[in-house]
Design a protein around this ligand. Structure first.
Ligand code: NAD
Length: 368
Protein backbone atom coordinates (compact mmCIF):
# COMPACT_ATOMS: atom_id res chain seq x y z
CA UNK A 1 0.00 0.00 0.00
CA UNK A 2 1.41 3.45 -0.94
CA UNK A 3 1.39 6.07 1.77
CA UNK A 4 1.02 9.60 0.44
CA UNK A 5 2.80 12.44 2.20
CA UNK A 6 0.88 15.61 2.81
CA UNK A 7 2.04 18.80 4.53
CA UNK A 8 -0.82 20.73 6.10
CA UNK A 9 -0.41 24.45 6.74
CA UNK A 10 -3.65 25.71 8.34
CA UNK A 11 -2.39 29.32 8.67
CA UNK A 12 -4.42 32.12 10.25
CA UNK A 13 -8.03 33.20 10.90
CA UNK A 14 -10.52 30.62 9.63
CA UNK A 15 -7.66 28.55 8.13
CA UNK A 16 -7.32 26.25 11.18
CA UNK A 17 -11.13 25.96 11.50
CA UNK A 18 -11.71 24.76 7.94
CA UNK A 19 -8.60 22.55 8.05
CA UNK A 20 -9.94 20.71 11.12
CA UNK A 21 -12.83 19.53 8.92
CA UNK A 22 -10.45 18.46 6.15
CA UNK A 23 -8.40 16.47 8.66
CA UNK A 24 -11.53 14.44 9.51
CA UNK A 25 -12.02 13.71 5.81
CA UNK A 26 -8.37 12.73 5.32
CA UNK A 27 -8.75 10.30 8.24
CA UNK A 28 -11.95 8.94 6.68
CA UNK A 29 -10.13 8.07 3.44
CA UNK A 30 -7.40 6.34 5.47
CA UNK A 31 -9.88 4.29 7.52
CA UNK A 32 -12.56 3.53 4.94
CA UNK A 33 -10.82 3.62 1.55
CA UNK A 34 -7.40 2.18 2.35
CA UNK A 35 -5.80 5.48 1.43
CA UNK A 36 -3.40 6.28 4.26
CA UNK A 37 -1.82 9.71 4.32
CA UNK A 38 1.38 10.56 6.13
CA UNK A 39 0.28 13.96 7.39
CA UNK A 40 2.58 16.55 8.95
CA UNK A 41 1.43 19.96 10.09
CA UNK A 42 3.33 23.24 10.31
CA UNK A 43 2.96 27.00 10.49
CA UNK A 44 2.62 29.59 7.73
CA UNK A 45 1.65 33.26 7.73
CA UNK A 46 1.00 35.31 10.85
CA UNK A 47 1.19 32.34 13.23
CA UNK A 48 4.65 31.46 11.84
CA UNK A 49 5.73 35.08 12.30
CA UNK A 50 4.53 34.99 15.92
CA UNK A 51 6.64 31.90 16.64
CA UNK A 52 9.70 32.34 14.38
CA UNK A 53 9.72 36.02 13.33
CA UNK A 54 9.22 34.94 9.71
CA UNK A 55 6.03 33.94 7.85
CA UNK A 56 7.67 30.75 6.55
CA UNK A 57 10.52 29.04 8.40
CA UNK A 58 13.26 27.47 6.25
CA UNK A 59 12.48 24.03 7.73
CA UNK A 60 8.84 24.36 6.63
CA UNK A 61 9.97 25.38 3.14
CA UNK A 62 12.24 22.32 3.00
CA UNK A 63 9.37 20.03 4.08
CA UNK A 64 7.12 21.53 1.39
CA UNK A 65 9.73 20.60 -1.23
CA UNK A 66 9.80 16.98 -0.05
CA UNK A 67 6.16 16.00 0.31
CA UNK A 68 3.76 14.76 -2.39
CA UNK A 69 1.46 17.74 -1.81
CA UNK A 70 0.91 20.80 0.40
CA UNK A 71 -2.56 21.80 1.61
CA UNK A 72 -2.85 25.36 2.91
CA UNK A 73 -5.74 27.09 4.74
CA UNK A 74 -5.33 30.87 4.58
CA UNK A 75 -2.95 33.53 5.85
CA UNK A 76 -3.21 37.09 7.16
CA UNK A 77 -5.26 39.21 9.50
CA UNK A 78 -5.50 42.75 10.91
CA UNK A 79 -2.97 41.94 13.65
CA UNK A 80 -0.27 41.75 10.97
CA UNK A 81 -1.32 44.69 8.78
CA UNK A 82 1.42 47.00 10.03
CA UNK A 83 4.30 44.52 9.72
CA UNK A 84 7.14 45.29 7.36
CA UNK A 85 6.37 44.11 3.81
CA UNK A 86 9.20 41.52 3.97
CA UNK A 87 7.57 39.59 6.85
CA UNK A 88 3.88 40.04 6.06
CA UNK A 89 1.91 36.75 6.24
CA UNK A 90 1.34 36.76 2.44
CA UNK A 91 5.12 36.63 1.91
CA UNK A 92 5.05 33.07 3.28
CA UNK A 93 2.57 32.02 0.62
CA UNK A 94 4.49 33.82 -2.13
CA UNK A 95 7.72 32.12 -1.06
CA UNK A 96 6.07 28.70 -1.27
CA UNK A 97 4.75 29.43 -4.76
CA UNK A 98 8.07 30.84 -5.96
CA UNK A 99 10.47 28.26 -4.52
CA UNK A 100 8.25 25.34 -5.56
CA UNK A 101 8.09 27.01 -9.01
CA UNK A 102 4.32 26.53 -9.23
CA UNK A 103 3.74 27.88 -12.72
CA UNK A 104 0.22 26.58 -13.41
CA UNK A 105 -2.65 27.85 -11.28
CA UNK A 106 -5.83 25.80 -11.63
CA UNK A 107 -9.10 27.46 -10.75
CA UNK A 108 -12.18 25.34 -11.37
CA UNK A 109 -15.56 26.98 -11.78
CA UNK A 110 -18.10 24.31 -11.04
CA UNK A 111 -21.74 25.05 -10.34
CA UNK A 112 -23.47 22.72 -7.90
CA UNK A 113 -27.13 22.46 -8.88
CA UNK A 114 -28.30 23.24 -5.35
CA UNK A 115 -26.52 26.61 -5.54
CA UNK A 116 -27.36 27.61 -9.12
CA UNK A 117 -29.69 30.33 -7.76
CA UNK A 118 -26.68 31.97 -6.10
CA UNK A 119 -25.12 32.95 -9.40
CA UNK A 120 -25.62 36.45 -10.75
CA UNK A 121 -26.45 34.76 -14.07
CA UNK A 122 -29.65 32.93 -15.02
CA UNK A 123 -29.88 29.41 -13.62
CA UNK A 124 -29.96 27.68 -17.04
CA UNK A 125 -26.73 29.44 -18.09
CA UNK A 126 -24.72 28.17 -15.07
CA UNK A 127 -26.49 24.97 -14.02
CA UNK A 128 -24.11 22.03 -14.55
CA UNK A 129 -21.19 24.35 -15.36
CA UNK A 130 -17.78 22.70 -14.98
CA UNK A 131 -14.83 24.60 -16.42
CA UNK A 132 -11.17 24.88 -15.44
CA UNK A 133 -9.05 27.97 -15.88
CA UNK A 134 -5.30 27.40 -16.08
CA UNK A 135 -3.48 30.63 -15.33
CA UNK A 136 0.27 31.01 -15.86
CA UNK A 137 1.47 32.05 -12.41
CA UNK A 138 5.19 32.78 -12.35
CA UNK A 139 5.88 35.07 -15.31
CA UNK A 140 4.23 37.72 -17.50
CA UNK A 141 3.51 41.33 -16.63
CA UNK A 142 3.65 40.85 -12.83
CA UNK A 143 7.31 39.86 -13.06
CA UNK A 144 8.71 41.32 -16.33
CA UNK A 145 11.51 43.91 -16.34
CA UNK A 146 11.79 46.85 -16.68
CA UNK A 147 9.23 47.78 -14.11
CA UNK A 148 8.85 50.78 -11.85
CA UNK A 149 7.86 54.43 -11.72
CA UNK A 150 10.40 56.61 -13.51
CA UNK A 151 10.86 60.31 -14.18
CA UNK A 152 10.49 61.27 -17.83
CA UNK A 153 10.93 64.99 -18.48
CA UNK A 154 8.46 66.83 -16.31
CA UNK A 155 6.29 63.89 -15.35
CA UNK A 156 6.51 60.35 -14.00
CA UNK A 157 5.82 57.23 -15.96
CA UNK A 158 4.69 53.85 -14.58
CA UNK A 159 6.08 50.85 -16.44
CA UNK A 160 5.35 47.13 -16.36
CA UNK A 161 6.56 44.68 -18.96
CA UNK A 162 4.71 41.71 -20.39
CA UNK A 163 7.40 39.10 -21.07
CA UNK A 164 7.05 35.41 -21.89
CA UNK A 165 9.70 32.94 -23.04
CA UNK A 166 8.77 30.05 -25.31
CA UNK A 167 9.54 27.52 -22.58
CA UNK A 168 7.26 29.30 -20.09
CA UNK A 169 4.37 29.15 -22.57
CA UNK A 170 5.22 25.58 -23.56
CA UNK A 171 5.03 24.18 -20.03
CA UNK A 172 1.75 25.83 -19.06
CA UNK A 173 0.21 24.79 -22.39
CA UNK A 174 1.24 21.18 -21.69
CA UNK A 175 -0.34 21.38 -18.22
CA UNK A 176 -3.60 22.56 -19.82
CA UNK A 177 -3.62 19.84 -22.50
CA UNK A 178 -2.88 17.14 -19.91
CA UNK A 179 -5.80 18.36 -17.80
CA UNK A 180 -8.13 18.49 -20.78
CA UNK A 181 -7.40 14.84 -21.54
CA UNK A 182 -8.73 13.94 -18.06
CA UNK A 183 -11.83 16.11 -18.54
CA UNK A 184 -13.75 17.19 -21.67
CA UNK A 185 -10.71 17.07 -24.01
CA UNK A 186 -11.07 20.73 -25.11
CA UNK A 187 -8.67 23.64 -24.59
CA UNK A 188 -9.37 27.28 -25.40
CA UNK A 189 -6.24 29.46 -25.30
CA UNK A 190 -6.80 33.17 -24.57
CA UNK A 191 -4.45 36.08 -25.32
CA UNK A 192 -4.52 39.29 -27.33
CA UNK A 193 -2.49 38.30 -30.37
CA UNK A 194 -4.28 41.08 -32.27
CA UNK A 195 -2.43 43.81 -30.33
CA UNK A 196 0.42 42.16 -28.34
CA UNK A 197 3.57 40.46 -29.64
CA UNK A 198 3.66 38.29 -26.51
CA UNK A 199 0.18 37.13 -27.55
CA UNK A 200 1.43 36.24 -31.05
CA UNK A 201 4.22 34.13 -29.54
CA UNK A 202 1.77 32.59 -27.03
CA UNK A 203 -0.53 31.46 -29.86
CA UNK A 204 2.37 30.11 -31.95
CA UNK A 205 3.78 28.05 -29.07
CA UNK A 206 0.37 26.70 -28.01
CA UNK A 207 -0.23 25.61 -31.64
CA UNK A 208 3.19 23.93 -31.81
CA UNK A 209 2.71 22.04 -28.51
CA UNK A 210 -0.73 20.98 -29.73
CA UNK A 211 0.54 19.67 -33.07
CA UNK A 212 3.57 17.95 -31.55
CA UNK A 213 1.99 16.20 -28.59
CA UNK A 214 -1.76 16.79 -28.15
CA UNK A 215 -3.42 16.64 -31.57
CA UNK A 216 -6.18 14.48 -30.03
CA UNK A 217 -7.33 17.44 -27.87
CA UNK A 218 -9.65 20.00 -29.47
CA UNK A 219 -7.91 23.42 -29.47
CA UNK A 220 -9.41 26.85 -30.09
CA UNK A 221 -8.10 30.39 -29.61
CA UNK A 222 -9.93 33.46 -28.41
CA UNK A 223 -8.92 37.05 -27.75
CA UNK A 224 -9.08 37.50 -23.98
CA UNK A 225 -11.60 40.36 -24.13
CA UNK A 226 -13.97 38.21 -26.17
CA UNK A 227 -13.22 35.39 -23.70
CA UNK A 228 -14.51 37.59 -20.86
CA UNK A 229 -17.73 38.24 -22.77
CA UNK A 230 -18.18 34.57 -23.63
CA UNK A 231 -17.65 33.57 -20.00
CA UNK A 232 -20.71 35.52 -18.93
CA UNK A 233 -22.72 34.89 -22.14
CA UNK A 234 -22.32 31.11 -22.51
CA UNK A 235 -19.75 29.70 -20.05
CA UNK A 236 -20.68 26.06 -20.72
CA UNK A 237 -18.99 26.23 -24.15
CA UNK A 238 -15.62 25.91 -22.34
CA UNK A 239 -13.79 22.97 -20.80
CA UNK A 240 -10.19 24.09 -20.07
CA UNK A 241 -9.10 27.69 -20.62
CA UNK A 242 -5.37 28.44 -20.64
CA UNK A 243 -4.15 32.00 -20.38
CA UNK A 244 -1.37 34.24 -19.09
CA UNK A 245 -0.88 35.64 -15.60
CA UNK A 246 -2.72 38.96 -16.02
CA UNK A 247 -5.68 37.75 -18.10
CA UNK A 248 -5.89 34.63 -15.92
CA UNK A 249 -6.09 36.73 -12.77
CA UNK A 250 -9.13 38.55 -14.10
CA UNK A 251 -10.83 35.73 -16.01
CA UNK A 252 -10.53 33.22 -13.14
CA UNK A 253 -12.17 35.62 -10.67
CA UNK A 254 -14.92 36.31 -13.17
CA UNK A 255 -15.51 32.59 -13.84
CA UNK A 256 -15.38 31.69 -10.16
CA UNK A 257 -18.12 34.10 -9.20
CA UNK A 258 -20.42 32.56 -11.80
CA UNK A 259 -20.83 29.81 -9.24
CA UNK A 260 -21.65 31.69 -6.02
CA UNK A 261 -19.83 32.00 -2.71
CA UNK A 262 -16.12 32.48 -2.01
CA UNK A 263 -16.52 29.77 0.63
CA UNK A 264 -16.98 27.19 -2.15
CA UNK A 265 -13.94 27.81 -4.36
CA UNK A 266 -10.87 25.53 -4.35
CA UNK A 267 -7.60 25.98 -6.25
CA UNK A 268 -4.39 24.16 -7.09
CA UNK A 269 -0.99 25.44 -8.13
CA UNK A 270 1.15 22.92 -9.96
CA UNK A 271 4.84 22.84 -10.87
CA UNK A 272 7.20 20.51 -12.69
CA UNK A 273 6.83 16.73 -12.29
CA UNK A 274 8.65 15.13 -9.32
CA UNK A 275 10.41 11.74 -9.33
CA UNK A 276 7.03 9.99 -8.90
CA UNK A 277 5.75 11.63 -12.09
CA UNK A 278 3.18 13.79 -10.26
CA UNK A 279 3.63 17.57 -10.25
CA UNK A 280 4.81 19.59 -7.27
CA UNK A 281 1.60 20.96 -5.87
CA UNK A 282 0.01 23.38 -3.43
CA UNK A 283 -3.74 23.20 -2.83
CA UNK A 284 -5.65 25.99 -1.13
CA UNK A 285 -9.09 27.58 -1.00
CA UNK A 286 -9.40 30.82 -2.96
CA UNK A 287 -10.69 32.70 0.10
CA UNK A 288 -8.55 34.47 2.69
CA UNK A 289 -8.45 34.20 6.46
CA UNK A 290 -11.84 35.95 6.88
CA UNK A 291 -11.02 37.68 10.20
CA UNK A 292 -14.61 39.02 10.35
CA UNK A 293 -15.95 35.52 11.05
CA UNK A 294 -12.90 33.79 12.59
CA UNK A 295 -13.47 31.79 15.81
CA UNK A 296 -17.25 31.94 15.43
CA UNK A 297 -17.83 28.50 13.81
CA UNK A 298 -19.31 30.30 10.80
CA UNK A 299 -16.69 29.47 8.15
CA UNK A 300 -17.70 27.32 5.21
CA UNK A 301 -15.18 24.45 5.02
CA UNK A 302 -16.24 23.34 1.50
CA UNK A 303 -13.60 25.34 -0.43
CA UNK A 304 -10.86 23.67 1.61
CA UNK A 305 -12.55 20.24 1.36
CA UNK A 306 -12.77 20.62 -2.43
CA UNK A 307 -9.09 21.66 -2.49
CA UNK A 308 -8.31 18.29 -0.90
CA UNK A 309 -10.47 16.66 -3.62
CA UNK A 310 -8.21 18.34 -6.18
CA UNK A 311 -5.17 16.91 -4.35
CA UNK A 312 -6.72 13.43 -4.55
CA UNK A 313 -7.14 13.88 -8.30
CA UNK A 314 -3.92 15.65 -9.33
CA UNK A 315 -1.31 14.56 -6.76
CA UNK A 316 -2.50 11.12 -5.70
CA UNK A 317 -4.06 9.86 -8.93
CA UNK A 318 -7.34 9.08 -7.14
CA UNK A 319 -9.83 10.57 -9.59
CA UNK A 320 -12.63 8.23 -8.48
CA UNK A 321 -12.15 9.11 -4.81
CA UNK A 322 -12.02 12.82 -5.70
CA UNK A 323 -15.36 12.39 -7.51
CA UNK A 324 -16.73 10.55 -4.43
CA UNK A 325 -15.81 13.52 -2.24
CA UNK A 326 -17.24 16.06 -4.71
CA UNK A 327 -20.47 14.06 -4.93
CA UNK A 328 -20.65 13.93 -1.12
CA UNK A 329 -20.45 17.74 -1.05
CA UNK A 330 -23.08 17.96 -3.79
CA UNK A 331 -25.47 15.70 -1.88
CA UNK A 332 -25.00 17.66 1.37
CA UNK A 333 -25.87 20.87 -0.46
CA UNK A 334 -28.83 19.17 -2.15
CA UNK A 335 -30.08 18.14 1.31
CA UNK A 336 -30.32 21.84 2.18
CA UNK A 337 -27.41 22.18 4.65
CA UNK A 338 -26.01 25.71 4.39
CA UNK A 339 -23.32 27.61 6.25
CA UNK A 340 -24.11 31.30 6.82
CA UNK A 341 -22.42 32.45 3.60
CA UNK A 342 -24.80 30.25 1.57
CA UNK A 343 -27.99 31.59 3.14
CA UNK A 344 -30.33 33.00 0.51
CA UNK A 345 -32.77 35.87 1.01
CA UNK A 346 -35.36 33.35 2.27
CA UNK A 347 -33.17 32.86 5.37
CA UNK A 348 -33.13 29.73 7.55
CA UNK A 349 -30.82 28.38 10.21
CA UNK A 350 -27.18 28.08 9.15
CA UNK A 351 -25.11 25.07 10.13
CA UNK A 352 -21.72 25.49 11.83
CA UNK A 353 -18.31 24.74 10.29
CA UNK A 354 -18.08 21.39 12.07
CA UNK A 355 -21.73 20.49 11.28
CA UNK A 356 -20.92 20.96 7.59
CA UNK A 357 -17.78 18.79 7.88
CA UNK A 358 -19.76 16.08 9.71
CA UNK A 359 -22.49 16.18 7.06
CA UNK A 360 -19.88 15.55 4.36
CA UNK A 361 -18.52 12.62 6.40
CA UNK A 362 -22.03 11.12 6.64
CA UNK A 363 -22.48 11.54 2.88
CA UNK A 364 -19.13 9.78 2.35
CA UNK A 365 -20.30 6.92 4.58
CA UNK A 366 -23.51 6.72 2.55
CA UNK A 367 -21.47 6.47 -0.67
CA UNK A 368 -19.97 3.12 0.35
P1 NAD B 1 -11.45 36.96 2.64
O1 NAD B 1 -11.53 35.96 1.54
O2 NAD B 1 -10.75 36.53 3.86
O3 NAD B 1 -12.95 37.39 3.05
C1 NAD B 1 -13.84 38.06 2.16
C2 NAD B 1 -15.29 37.86 2.65
O4 NAD B 1 -15.69 36.50 2.36
C3 NAD B 1 -15.44 38.04 4.15
O5 NAD B 1 -16.68 38.65 4.41
C4 NAD B 1 -15.43 36.63 4.70
O6 NAD B 1 -16.15 36.49 5.90
C5 NAD B 1 -16.06 35.84 3.56
N1 NAD B 1 -15.50 34.47 3.49
C6 NAD B 1 -14.27 34.13 3.02
N2 NAD B 1 -14.09 32.81 3.15
C7 NAD B 1 -15.21 32.31 3.70
C8 NAD B 1 -15.61 31.00 4.10
N3 NAD B 1 -14.84 29.93 3.93
N4 NAD B 1 -16.84 30.85 4.65
C9 NAD B 1 -17.64 31.90 4.81
N5 NAD B 1 -17.32 33.16 4.46
C10 NAD B 1 -16.12 33.37 3.92
O7 NAD B 1 -10.78 38.26 2.04
P2 NAD B 1 -10.37 39.63 2.76
O8 NAD B 1 -11.39 39.99 3.79
O9 NAD B 1 -10.09 40.57 1.66
O10 NAD B 1 -8.98 39.33 3.49
C11 NAD B 1 -8.85 38.94 4.85
C12 NAD B 1 -7.41 38.55 5.12
O11 NAD B 1 -7.07 37.39 4.34
C13 NAD B 1 -6.39 39.61 4.74
O12 NAD B 1 -5.36 39.60 5.70
C14 NAD B 1 -5.88 39.17 3.38
O13 NAD B 1 -4.57 39.62 3.14
C15 NAD B 1 -5.90 37.67 3.55
N6 NAD B 1 -6.03 36.91 2.29
C16 NAD B 1 -5.35 35.72 2.25
C17 NAD B 1 -5.48 34.92 1.13
C18 NAD B 1 -4.78 33.59 1.14
O14 NAD B 1 -4.35 33.14 2.19
N7 NAD B 1 -4.67 32.91 0.01
C19 NAD B 1 -6.30 35.29 0.07
C20 NAD B 1 -7.01 36.49 0.17
C21 NAD B 1 -6.87 37.29 1.30
Amino acid sequence: MTTHSLLILPGDGIGPEVMTEVRKIIDWFGAKRDLPFDVSEDLVGGCAYDKHGTPLHDDTMAKAQEVDAVLLGAVGGPKYDDLDFSVKPERGLLRLRKEMDLFANLRPAQCFDALADFSSLKKDIVSGLDIMIVRELTSGIYFGEPRGIFKEGNERVGINTQRYTESEIDRVARAAFELARRRGNKVCSMEKANVMESGILWREVVNRVHQESYADVELSHMYADNGAMQLVRAPKQFDVIVTDNLFGDILSDCAAMLTGSLGMLPSASLGAPMANGRPKALYEPVHGSAPDIADQAKANPIACILSFAMALRYSFDQGDEAARLEQAVESVLASGARTADLMGPEGGTPVSTSDMGDAVLRALDASL
